[in-house]
Design a protein. Structure first.
Length: 227
């Protein structure tokens, strides 16, 4: 499974565009008064304006080369604060064989850089920049109808990582380990790792393999469209 496009929502588009395009240096693909679109390696991330009356909260991860985690951490620290947990500013996930760090964007989204040691390719560079981002490696899908949403996704052959059971009280990683991309299916009111943010059922669109579009509305309605 590949995460080819993700559409999220934002209250302050100019501030978000400045953060991602100027502070982090991601390439702006297109924009107008109601949205902007940026390249994350081979994936595309869109932020569309939404009124502040609608609640939202996102977590997503960008894959980086497996050998550039130390350089990426230094690059992030030159630009903003890296989140800490128990006085640590990084974590190693044994199951995924991956190193990760976290930071907030201007609207409190929990952004992660993840270096998957076994599946992310290496890069010959001895430094890191936004040009080294590979793709979108994770995106949350928060719902209080986990079993029903999981069943719909699995109908299209997108299965839990490692053949795990669907969990209703924690995250289930959906997607093949070897592909290095996962939809994080989980309940609301769950705290995001390394943050003080709790998951909220939020509107978003996830495009998978340039073939399927997974849509969650602000009211928690889920649908899948074939492209």
């Amino acid at each position: 499974m590949r995460i080819t496009k993700v559409k999220l929502f934002a209250y302050d588009l100019p501030n978000m565009k400045k953060f991602y395009c100027e502070k982090l240096g991601l390439v702006l693909l297109t924009s107008n008064d109601s949205f902007f679109e940026i390249a994350v390696g081979k994936s595309i991330l869109t932020f569309e304006w939404i009124p502040t009356a609608i609640q939202k909260q996102y977590h997503f991860a960008f894959n980086i080369p497996s050998n550039l985690f130390v350089q990426a951490k230094h690059w992030v620290k030159q630009r903003l604060e890296v989140l800490q947990l128990d006085q640590q500013d990084e974590v190693y996930f044994e199951a995924l064989k991956a190193h990760s760090l976290y930071f907030y964007d201007p609207e409190g989204n929990v952004v992660e850089l993840i270096a998957r040691c076994e599946v992310n390719p290496k890069n010959d560079s001895d430094s890191f920049s936004s040009e080294h981002l590979l793709n979108i490696g994770e995106i949350n899908l928060t719902t209080d109808s986990i079993q029903a949403v999981a069943a719909r996704i699995m109908e299209y052959g997108i299965l839990p990582c490692f053949g795990e059971e669907i969990r209703t009280d924690a995250l289930t990683f959906i997607g093949n380990y070897q592909d290095g991309a996962n939809i994080l299916l989980g309940p609301s009111k769950r705290n995001w790792y390394f943050s003080n943010k709790d998951a909220i059922v939020s509107p978003l669109t996830i495009e998978v393999n340039s073939a399927l579009q997974l849509n969650m509305t602000e009211h928690g309605e889920f649908m899948i469209l074939k492209l």
